[in-house]
Design a binder for this molecule. Structure first.
Ligand code: COA
Length: 216
């Protein structure tokens, strides 16, 4: 991609490890929205199923997609991403996420999912813009500076799902949102049509924060 003349996105390789660790440490310091606090990351670089990296001379953004190795979960990728504040608002986050979605299609994944703090407006806007839907609420999932923080579960289907009839949760709160305006509505989601762009399901999402993963 060429959002800016000198900015490139490509798959990461082992030679990127030091640059990526430095990028993640920077993001942990400058953003209130990453999972880890400054200093918690250590020297181990997570090894996702695939990773794309955005360069402007040095790494300025990345997206990781991780897939569990178990047969029943192999179609789902968990997304983690970040763009340096110096490069935010220039379309890099969107370019990274769209590239990750394209690769997920190529690798035969059926679904991408992630979690995001409910007050992270930029990330929420990006994910909605890229076709993710809010599927659930993780109440008080995180505790930051003495405050409980809610997170949304978000998901994006990549192809028709063939959902088992009745697997959507009846009478549960179905959350939907648009950038800058988040709303919650009580709606029965059991009539979801199982297509990639069909109604949002309120089902329990799996979260791949840690544990074994496979290369896809
Ligand atoms: C969230 C993040 C990845 C967005 O990346 P970015 O490069 O700034 O985003 P882009 O410029 O590509 O914007 C893409 C879309 O996101 C949305 N968006 C971006 N910034 C926004 C903001 N401040 N408020 C609302 N929506 C915003 C818009 O919908 C935008 O599309 P549009 O410009 O066509 O309307 C980046 O800000 C970031 O890494 N933040 C810190 C770490 C973080 O929050 N990571 C995600 C944790 S879940």
């Amino acid at each position: 991609m060429d959002t800016d003349t000198d900015v490139k996105i490509r798959p990461a390789d082992p030679t990127d490890a030091a640059g990526l660790l430095a990028l993640q440490a920077t993001l942990d310091r400058e953003s209130r929205y990453m999972l880890l606090e400054p200093g918690e990351r250590g020297t181990e670089l997570p090894d996702p199923s695939y990773r794309l990296i955005c360069f402007d001379g040095e790494p300025v953004g990345y997206v990781d997609v991780s897939v569990l190795p178990y047969a029943r979960a192999r179609g789902t990728g968990y997304v983690v991403m970040g763009v340096r504040s110096s490069h935010a608002g220039r379309g890099l986050g969107r370019a990274l996420l769209e590239a990750a979605i394209a690769r997920a299609h190529d690798r035969g994944l059926r679904r991408l999912e992630l979690t995001v703090m409910t007050h992270n407006r930029a990330a929420l806007g990006l994910y909605l813009r890229c076709g993710f839907r809010i599927e659930g609420l993780r109440r008080a999932a995180l505790h930051i500076d003495g405050t409980d923080i809610d997170e949304y579960y978000m998901g994006r289907l990549l192809r028709p799902t063939g959902t088992v009839p009745g697997s959507a949760v009846r009478d549960s709160r179905n959350l939907s949102a648009t950038p800058g305006h988040v709303r919650a509505s009580a709606r029965d989601t059991s009539s979801a049509d199982g297509t990639a762009d069909g109604p949002a399901h309120t089902v329990k999402a799996s979260v791949l924060r840690s544990g074994p993963i496979i290369k896809v």
